[in-house]
Design a protein around this ligand. Structure first.
Ligand SMILES: [Zn+2]
Length: 364
């Protein structure tokens, strides 16, 4: 299985006046992603033997109705193979090493120092620069206070190949939107001091038990102080034994079918995360089903039209929420199950969905 901690990204801070530079060319494993698609798994086994399904896809686990996302972890060979890439920051962290401008590359990552901090230029690799996000599309009103974003992507279970793509995309969005952003896989940032400079924490496809009890308590206090949480994709495949977190994310992952196209119904088009979307939004992803329907506790923003794809054991029937928002224990929580694939982080509509969710959760 993917030993998340053994693959934890080294935190590199590139101190720049506004936004630090970044981020290296991680190995974009397009082929690898397609060959490993759908093989999420998570650490906390629930005592139920998963039933292997879809034998044509070695390593795939189609969890039963009461299992976590693939209780049988994928073999290392099926891991994404991409190179963990780290990242940048403009929010100095209390425990992270500071390596201004010249963080050493690791595992093929290329970190580009920012030579002109005052321009807040984030230098990115060619693959990211070529993505379809228009440079002017995400501009925001500079008179509004900027979100201070912590992106947390530690994995104790399955590790998504798309994490590096997601971090790169968020770094670029931070530059475009004027956010301050730090990305880390170091759970030690979850202290009162470590969180005091941010107002929204993004759990980017985290899996399994990633925070210890003290770190959990620090995060609960962070939310109770009026701050925000954003969960992306496997954030619902995380911390099954922390009931408070279950309430925050809204619902825990249950199962998913193979990656395929599906149509999303925009239920609430008034939210910052959905205003830009067409009423019926058709795209390709790994579509989660959940253990419970969160509708009674949250504002459902997006739901899946189950007639548009083959949900299999992940089916929830007529009412299948897939993204939502709610106020929770004094703070704000936004969750989207979208974002399994690396390609997601090159989709303008999906990125705008994330931007809206993050800025809403930050209290804008
Ligand atoms: Zn996934």
């Amino acid at each position: 299985m993917s030993k998340g901690r053994s693959k934890a990204l080294p935190v590199r801070l590139l101190r720049a006046a506004a936004l630090g530079g970044l981020v290296g060319a991680c190995a974009r494993s397009g082929a690898g992603e397609s060959s490993t698609a759908g093989r999420d798994s998570s650490a906390p086994a629930q005592g139920v033997n998963p039933t292997p399904a879809l034998p044509a896809a070695p390593g795939h686990v189609e969890p039963g109705s009461s299992t976590t996302e693939g209780a049988v972890p994928p073999p290392p060979a099926s891991d994404d193979g991409s190179t963990p890439t780290s990242v940048e920051s403009s929010v100095p962290g209390p425990s992270a090493p500071t390596t201004p401008g010249a963080a050493p590359g690791a595992g093929g990552a290329t970190t580009v120092p920012v030579s002109a901090p005052e321009t807040a230029t984030t230098v990115v690799d060619a693959a990211v620069a070529a993505d379809p996000v228009a440079s002017d599309r995400f501009e925001r009103d500079a008179t509004v206070p900027a979100p201070r974003v912590l992106v947390f992507s530690a994995t104790a279970g399955y590790r998504h190949a798309s994490i590096e793509d997601g971090v790169e995309a968020l770094v670029k969005l931070a530059e475009q939107r004027g956010w301050r952003l730090r990305a880390t896989e170091d759970a030690n940032v979850f202290t009162a001091t470590g969180l005091e400079e941010v107002n929204v924490v993004v759990f980017l496809s985290t899996t399994g038990d990633v925070l210890d009890p003290d770190q959990q308590l620090a995060f609960e206090r962070f939310i109770r102080a009026g701050n925000g949480y954003v969960g992306v994709h496997a954030a619902s495949d995380t911390e099954y034994d922390w009931p408070w977190y279950g309430g925050l994310v809204g619902a825990y992952f249950n199962a998913h079918p193979e990656i395929q196209r599906a149509t999303i119904i925009v239920e609430d088009g008034s939210h910052a995360a959905t205003r830009h979307l067409p009423t019926g939004w058709t795209r390709t992803d790994e579509w989660y089903g959940f253990r419970t329907n969160p509708r009674a506790q949250v504002d459902v923003l997006l739901a899946l039209d189950e007639s548009s794809y083959s949900a299999g054991q992940s089916a929830m029937g007529e009412d299948h929420p897939i993204a939502w928002a709610h106020e929770y224990d004094g703070g704000r929580a936004f969750y989207t199950a979208l974002g399994h694939t690396p390609e997601s982080y090159g989709e303008s509509e999906f990125l705008q969905h994330l931007v809206g969710g993050i800025e809403w959760a930050a209290g804008l």
